[in-house]
Write a protein that binds this ligand. Structure first.
Ligand code: DSN
Length: 414
């Protein structure tokens, strides 16, 4: 990736970007929420659409000169509707948490009761954690996964919902590797008169490819970020039934945000176009195969994989029995050029800053066209690095091998 103007105009910024670019090329990304965008998405994101203010919605803007921006936003909306089959879509949310804030604002009043999955069981901060706006403004009651299976127990969700009578039930998670029974959630919500809200940030790309079930036909409202498995720019969208269109649009603007980031809207449109291509289906299928391959190999090596495997793009290694903390493991792997994120395990006895596990995901490595063969190598490097976390020589050797593999599988924007 070469810049024409930046190195002349601002050496310092150019140099920092160049170093990060080199890191991305030479190191392996296994953070489940990250991915590499295409050059086309990058170009749209870097476009002059960033210059324009367009508060409002297409055809109803508070600034002049928005006819072309309207066309872009409507294109992004149309493509998103085609992917997920939603009746209404808002493509303006700046990122996942603001999107979720807008959803809550649209349907709830401060103090209303909501059901969400606990953070250490795989939920997201914005699903009611006390340090987050969601937990501060709304009365979240949290459900968890079954301690034996590591899976959501729908009978338990139903029991809690009937006891608590929430106004909304949130499903869709950040560190949960199993299929979600959207229909069962909807049935429970109907029994207690609650709204249904799905946050599909992690699995949106897999749902787009038709490989995981889609909550859109069942749920009142669905949010997703656009930069994870969906492989678009950093941002988010909200989809809902037609009857909630105004509520959602008003909650996004003027409720939560000012002007949309039009350059990001353009990049979202490009990414949605890519997700509609047959090649994206192949990509998503390989993402799942790669995650299953890694989880299976870790199990063979004697590791404890939460819930015993994965149905999607990620899994959690519980390192508790191996005497190594999640933070230590993350740091050891950083030294060999592999990025993972420390992760809580269900009912983690340790705090989120130093939890008992690590979360591993396959979306970025799969974008580099790595397949099962490479994933097996990676698992053995991780195992070796964790077993030799204080041996600088071993770590240096693995780092060299990781770099060699990465250079053979270029990132798309090289
Ligand atoms: N921070 C994201 C993740 O890593 O899952 C969720 O927002």
């Amino acid at each position: 990736m070469k810049y024409k103007f930046l190195p002349k105009e601002d050496k310092k910024v150019a140099e920092i970007i160049a170093r990060e670019n080199k890191r991305q090329k030479e190191e392996l990304e296994l953070i489940a929420s990250e991915n590499y965008i295409s050059s086309a998405v990058l170009e749209a994101q870097g476009s002059v659409l960033t210059n324009k203010y367009s508060e409002g919605t297409p055809g109803h803007r508070y600034y002049g000169g928005n006819q072309i921006i309207d066309e872009m936003e409507l294109l992004a909306v149309a493509r998103l509707k085609k992917i997920f089959g939603c009746a209404h879509a808002n493509v303006q949310p700046l990122s996942g948490s603001p999107a979720n804030a807008a959803v809550y604002m649209a349907f709830l009043k401060p103090g209303d009761k909501v059901l969400g999955l606990k953070l250490d069981h795989g939920g997201h901060l914005s699903h009611g954690h006390p340090v987050n706006f969601s937990g501060m403004l709304y009365n979240f009651v949290q459900y968890g996964v079954d301690p034996k299976t590591g899976r959501i127990d729908m009978a338990e969700v139903r029991r809690i919902a009937k006891r608590e009578k929430p106004k909304m039930i949130v499903a869709g998670y950040s560190a949960y590797c199993r299929e979600i029974d959207w229909k069962a959630f909807k049935k429970i919500a109907d029994e207690v008169g609650a709204y249904t809200f799905a946050d599909i940030a992690h699995t949106a790309g897999l749902i787009a490819a038709g490989l995981m079930s889609n909550p859109v036909p069942y749920f009142d409202v669905v949010s997703t970020t656009t930069h994870k498995t969906l492989r678009g720019p950093r941002g988010a969208v909200i989809m809902c039934q037609e009857k909630y269109a105004k509520l959602i649009d008003r909650a996004v603007f003027p409720g939560m945000q000012g002007g949309p980031h039009n350059h990001t809207t353009a990049a979202k449109a490009v990414a949605f176009g890519e997700a509609l291509k047959p090649s994206f289906k192949k990509y998503a299928a390989q993402v799942i195969k790669n995650a299953k391959t890694m989880a299976g190999e870790f199990i063979k090596l004697g590791y404890d994989v939460v819930s015993g495997g994965t149905d999607n793009h990620l899994f959690i290694l519980n390192l508790g029995a191996r005497g190594i903390g999640g933070r230590e493991a993350e740091v050891a792997l950083e030294q060999v050029g592999i990025s993972v994120s420390r992760s809580t395990i269900p009912n983690d006895p340790n705090p989120p800053m130093n939890p008992s596990g690590i979360r591993i995901g396959s979306p970025a490595a799969t974008t580099r066209k790595m397949k099962e063969k490479e994933m097996l190598k990676v698992v053995h490097w991780i195992d070796e690095a964790l077993q030799n976390k204080d041996d600088k020589k071993v770590l240096a050797r693995i780092k060299k091998e990781v770099k060699k593999l990465c250079l053979a599988f270029p990132i798309p924007t090289e």
